[in-house]
Design a protein around this ligand. Structure first.
Ligand SMILES: *Cc1c(COP(=O)(O)O)cnc(C)c1O
Length: 390
């Protein structure tokens, strides 16, 4: 029987850069006396991220939610936007705050991303865009989604909060759709404490997003549009510049952890590893498993609780489904019977502890706990079977 951990193990830990390096950088900020409003740190990070993400255009924001909210605003969308119910609340709340109606599309049971095959049937005269989420860093079916968008003249926006550094057949994830949002929240692989960015191909958006994130202010004399305050400040950018230096090292560590999970769970019946992308393509944002109750012998919720008893805090991402939020109860597309795969997924998925500082021994131990549950169940089953037979 596996032992309980002495200290709690959480699903993630923030990637912390060298504190002396951050302090050094902070001195430069203090000397400059410019704490926000697009200073030297902001511009340097913006340049470095452009190179890292291999994009032509980027705008940075105080967080990912405001980035998405203002990105949708900048595209001047109206009416309905087709999206997924299996995501973090921010995705659909960014629609709400733009007075856009989400139309929930069911998900693919393998990738758990929006099912591109089911999008077309949901398009109406009011549809103006498709908002996909690269869930757990696995890319959406970007080709098929673009083909549908081209046919119906729709915009394509991706919530890439989990997809920092992910690639599709060698093409950086930002290469797809009209716009991609990244989150730099502390729980994300790359963080600026809080923060976010939009990448896009249309150069005209640089100016528009620049206005939207800074009250629409053009200069001391002119306010051009109704914006918000969503600027990334110099302290955030400073931390980000130092975190960026340790991202590759973190990715390498997570690669080993991922391999250990995969090797240890491969033989456990009823467990499927969700994040199957190979090395250079993966964002290494989450390590997620799907538990098939019939084959495994116990439910996801049972495993979640057993792990907790051993001081391991896995997370039921993304539960509840966004379509089950009370304020969508009147939407036809939000009804559970229209989203059978999403309703199944939300009961089977578990995000496991995943961060570079997690030791390989701990990963093996966590896997042993899961295997123990399975073996116990199997033995119990045989016992009952034998009793019934004999
Ligand atoms: C983290 C996250 C967001 C929100 O980003 P913030 O930077 O925390 O505002 C949006 N969508 C998804 C899928 C996320 O995981």
């Amino acid at each position: 029987m596996a032992n309980a951990f002495e200290h709690p193990i959480y699903v993630t830990r923030p990637l912390l850069p060298n504190i002396e390096a951050v302090t050094e950088r902070m001195k430069t900020v203090w000397d400059s006396q410019q704490l926000t409003n697009f200073g030297a740190q902001h511009d340097e990070l913006s340049k470095k991220l452009k190179a890292y993400l291999e994009v032509d255009h980027i705008s940075m924001f105080s967080n990912g939610t405001l980035a998405l909210l203002l990105g949708l605003k900048a595209l001047e969308l109206t009416g309905e936007v087709i999206t997924t119910p299996f995501t973090f609340p921010a995705t659909v709340q960014a629609l709400d705050w733009n007075n856009l109606t989400p139309v929930f599309c069911d998900i693919d049971p393998v990738t758990f991303n929006i099912d591109a095959e089911k999008i077309e049937a949901l398009i109406t005269e009011k549809t103006t865009a498709i908002l996909g989420v690269h869930v757990f860093g696995n890319p959406c079916d970007v080709e098929k989604i673009q083909a549908i968008a081209d046919k119906y003249h729709l915009k394509v926006i991706y919530d890439g909060a989990h997809a920092f550094g992910a690639k599709v057949n060698g093409v950086p994830i930002s290469g797809f759709g009209d716009m991609t949002m990244f989150s730099f929240h502390a729980t994300k692989l790359f963080n600026t404490v809080e923060g976010g960015a939009l990448t896009y191909h249309d150069a005209a958006l640089d100016k528009r997003l620049g206005l939207l994130r800074n009250f629409g202010i053009v200069n001391a004399e002119e306010v051009a549009l109704s914006g918000l305050n969503a600027k990334m400040n110099e302290v955030q950018a400073s931390v980000g510049l130092e975190v960026l230096k340790v991202v590759e090292e973190e990715r390498n560590k997570r690669h080993k952890i991922k391999r250990t999970y995969e090797e240890n769970l491969a033989s456990v019946e009823g467990i499927r590893v969700l994040t199957t992308l190979e090395n250079e393509s993966s964002s290494y944002q989450y390590f997620v498993i799907e538990i098939d109750q019939e084959k495994f012998g116990q439910s996801r919720d049972f495993v979640h609780e057993e792990l907790q008893k051993s001081n391991v805090f896995a997370r039921k991402y993304f539960s509840p489904l966004c379509s089950d939020f009370t304020w969508y109860s009147g939407l036809a597309s939000a009804q559970p019977e229209n989203l059978p795969q999403a309703q199944k997924a939300v009961r089977k998925v578990l995000a496991m502890p995943y961060y570079g500082a997690l030791t390989i021994e701990s990963v093996a131990e966590i896997c042993a706990i899961i295997e123990d549950i399975h073996i116990k169940e199997k033995n119990l089953f045989h016992l009952v079977e034998m009793r019934e037979l004999g």
